[in-house]
Design a protein around this ligand. Structure first.
Ligand code: LLP
Length: 423
C-alpha cells in the first residue's frame, strides 16, 4: 500500500500542487467548489485541446472524437476547433452535436440499431460518414437512398481480434452484437450489397476492438486484418475505432495517442496498404479522461471493525464505472495535496445501495475528514456521460478552466429539472 501523495501524472496537464491547494488551468479547485458547489466535474481545456490536437496530427483528416465518452456543446465545439470530426452513436448524440454548431460534414454516425428516423436524419443533414453495422440497417438504408439522396459510408466489421480488456467493453471478437464478421463472409456480403445501392459511396471499412486497451498490438493486428481484407477493393479509408487505454491509478501506464497512431501506421505499411488510404481512428477516453477531475465534499466518516467508510456527496450516479467494471480510481485531499496518505478508507457515495462505492480502498491524508474537499482524478471519460439520477440525485455541473479563469459549460441539475418529466 502506497501512502505517497497523489501522482502528478494522474492530474490534468496544467495541474500545480502546493502544500495547501491545487490549481488546474490556473484556477484553485477549492474556489471552484465554493463557487459552483459539489460534486463538480472540472475539465482542463489545455489538456483537452492538446489531446485533440495530437489525434488530429497523428491520424488523417476524418479522425473523430468519440462523443459518448463526454458530450456537451462546449466539448463538441472544442474537438471541432482542434481539427477533429465528432463521432455520435445515437440520434440523441447527433442532435446535441448539430445543435452545438458542429457542421454535419464533420459528424460521423454510428449505432448498432439505428432507427429509420435516425438514418434519415443523418442522410438529410449530410453527415460525413454513416458507419453501417448490420443487414437490417442496409435494408433501411436501401429504402432511404437513391433518387437524388446520397450518403458516404463505411462498413463496420469484426476483425476477430480479442482485445485484452474487460469483457463488457470488448467488441472485436466474433461473438458480438456489433458489425459484420470478416471470417464468416458477412462483411464481404455487406460490401457487395452496399455497392448495389444507388446513392451510397462506400469509402472503406471500420473496426473497433474494445476500450481501455493498454497494448498497441491489438490495434496493429486489427489494422492488418482490415488491410488484408480490403486488398482488392478501391477503398480510400480504414478506421480502427477507439479504445486506447489511460492510466487511472499509480502503477498503470498507457501508450500516447501518437504511439498508438504510429503502431497502426506501421502495421498498415507492413501489410502493404496503399499510401493514399486514409488511416482513421475515434478516440474518446484518451482525449477526455485525464483532463477531468471530480470534486466532492466529505459528509460522513464511519468506523466499523473492518474499515472506515468515508461518504461523499456524489457516488455511483456521477461515476458508475467502479460498480459496472470494477474500475480503480485514486483520491486526494484538495487542501493537502502534498501530504502523505496513510488513512485508508472505503470512499462511498450517498446512494441507497451498498454497492455505491467509488474507491474500495482510497488513501487520504491522516487529517482528512468531514467537511473536507476530496477529488478523484482521471474522471473525464464515461462519468458525466453515464451519469444517472438514481435516488433523484441531480447531475453535477461541469466547469472548463483555462488560463486562470473558469466557465460553466453545463449547469447543475435541479430538482425542478428532475420533476419536469412528470405528466
Ligand atoms: N468508436 C466506437 C465504435 C466505440 O464503440 C467506442 C466506445 C469508441 C470509438 C471510443 O472508445 P474509447 O476511445 O473511449 O475507448 N463505458 C465504458 C466504455 C464503453 C466504450 C464504448 N465504445 C467505460 O466506461 O469504460
Amino acid at each position: 500500500m502506497s501512502i505517497e501523495p497523489i501522482l502528478r501524472s494522474l492530474l490534468p496537464d496544467t495541474a500545480a500542487l502546493r502544500h495547501d491547494g491545487v490549481t488546474v488551468g490556473g484556477v484553485d479547485l477549492r474556489e471552484l467548489a465554493e463557487t459552483y458547489g459539489t460534486p463538480l466535474f472540472v475539465y482542463d481545456e489545455a489538456t483537452l485541446r492538446a489531446r485533440c490536437h495530437e489525434a488530429a496530427g497523428a491520424f488523417d483528416d476524418g479522425v473523430a472524437f468519440a462523443s459518448k465518452s463526454f458530450l456537451c456543446g462546449a466539448m463538441a465545439r472544442l474537438a471541432l476547433e482542434e481539427g477533429l470530426c465528432v463521432d455520435v452513436a445515437t440520434g440523441g448524440e447527433l442532435d446535441l452535436v448539430l445543435r452545438s454548431g458542429v457542421p454535419p460534414r464533420r459528424v460521423i454516425m454510428h449505432g448498432n440499431n439505428k432507427s429509420k428516423e435516425e438514418i434519415a436524419r443523418a442522410i438529410k443533414e449530410g453527415v460525413h460518414r454513416l458507419i453501417v453495422d448490420n443487414f437490417d440497417e442496409i435494408e433501411r438504408l436501401g429504402e432511404l437512398v437513391g433518387a437524388g439522396t446520397s450518403v458516404n459510408a463505411l462498413v463496420r466489421v469484426t476483425p476477430g481480434v480479442e482485445a485484452h480488456t474487460h469483457e463488457y467493453v470488448r467488441t472485436g471478437q466474433e461473438d458480438t452484437k456489433f458489425g459484420f464478421s470478416v471470417a464468416s463472409g458477412d462483411a464481404r456480403r455487406a460490401i457487395s450489397m452496399m455497392r448495389e445501392l444507388a446513392g451510397v459511396t462506400l469509402h472503406g471499412v471500420h473496426a473497433h476492438i474494445g476500450s481501455q486497451i493498454f497494448e498497441v498490438e491489438g490495434f496493429s493486428q486489427s489494422m492488418s486484418v482490415l488491410a488484408d481484407f480490403t486488398r482488392g477493393d478501391d477503398f480510400d479509408e480504414l478506421c480502427i475505432g477507439g479504445g486506447l487505454g489511460v492510466a487511472y491509478v499509480a502503477g498503470e501506464s498507457a501508450p500516447s495517442i501518437s504511439e498508438w497512431a504510429r503502431a497502426t501506421r506501421d502495421a498498415a505499411r507492413e501489410s502493404g496498404l496503399r499510401a493514399e488510404v486514409r488511416i482513421l481512428a475515434e478516440p474518446g477516453r484518451s482525449i477526455v479522461a485525464q483532463a477531468g477531475v471530480t470534486l466532492y465534499r466529505v459528509g460522513v466518516v464511519k468506523h466499523v471493525t473492518q474499515r472506515t467508510y468515508m461518504a461523499v456527496d456524489g457516488g455511483m450516479s456521477d461515476n458508475p464505472r467502479p460498480v459496472l467494471y470494477g474500475s480503480g480510481y485514486e483520491a486526494f485531499d484538495l487542501g493537502r495535496p502534498l501530504a502523505d496518505r496513510p488513512q485508508s478508507v472505503r470512499l462511498v457515495g450517498k446512494h441507497c445501495e451498498s454497492g455505491d462505492v467509488l474507491i474500495d480502498e482510497a488513501h487520504l491524508p491522516a487529517a482528512t475528514g468531514v467537511g473536507d474537499l476530496v477529488a478523484t482524478p482521471v474522471t473525464g471519460a464515461y462519468g458525466y456521460s453515464m451519469a444517472s439520477n438514481y435516488n433523484r440525485v441531480p447531475r453535477p455541473a461541469v466547469v472548463f478552466v483555462r488560463d486562470g479563469s473558469a466557465r460553466e459549460v453545463l449547469r447543475r441539475e435541479t430538482v425542478d429539472d428532475l420533476a419536469r418529466l412528470e405528466v
